[in-house]
Ligand binder design. Sequence first.
Ligand code: HEC
Length: 170
Amino acid sequence: MASFFSSARRVLTRALLVLPLALLVCFAGAANAAQWTAEQLTVPAGPDGSLVTFSEQEIKAGRKIFNSSCGECHAGGITKTNQNVGLDPETLALATPARDNVDALVDYLKDPTSYDGEYSISDVHPSLRSSDVFVKMRDLDDDDLRLIAGYILVSPKVQGLQWGGGKIYF
Ligand code: HEC
């Protein structure tokens, strides 16, 4: 009888030890599991239709830079002071040249142009060219611009219409 109790206690103790461990493994697994699919992380690299797949780390890094450098005007993918020129895919695609790819966005952030591509707006829009005025651009290099572009293009694939949503179509 005594041995029955002691072995039962041993089983119970073991179960109590294993259970939290199993739960921990489950939660850790969920936290590390891929948040976004490769399809969502894949966006146009250039105007030629080539594609690039970002890693989640890159998109998260891009989000951080975007929020601190661009968030005051473009939070959520809209443009506060010009609702017609948001960062949603449709608006980017219809710009001249089309801005719905990484290369075009990186170019834009070096020397932004009007929506019709006719003239530079670097004196009023943050860019590397105007980093003397827009000081937040000073710390950014080409790779940072690439990460920002990735974030802008992946966001609508993850957030849907929430990105640039609430946009008013005139
Ligand atoms: C002071 C406000 C402000 C800040 C800061 C700002 N932007 Fe803009 N952005 C605008 C405005 C206004 C426009 C519309 C320009 C125009 O008239 O074509 C615009 C346009 C754009 C466009 C063109 C969108 C399209 O559909 O053609 C892109 C891309 C863009 N911004 C990216 C960025 C990024 C990335 C950053 C951060 C590095 C940034 N902007 C910081 C105000 C801002």
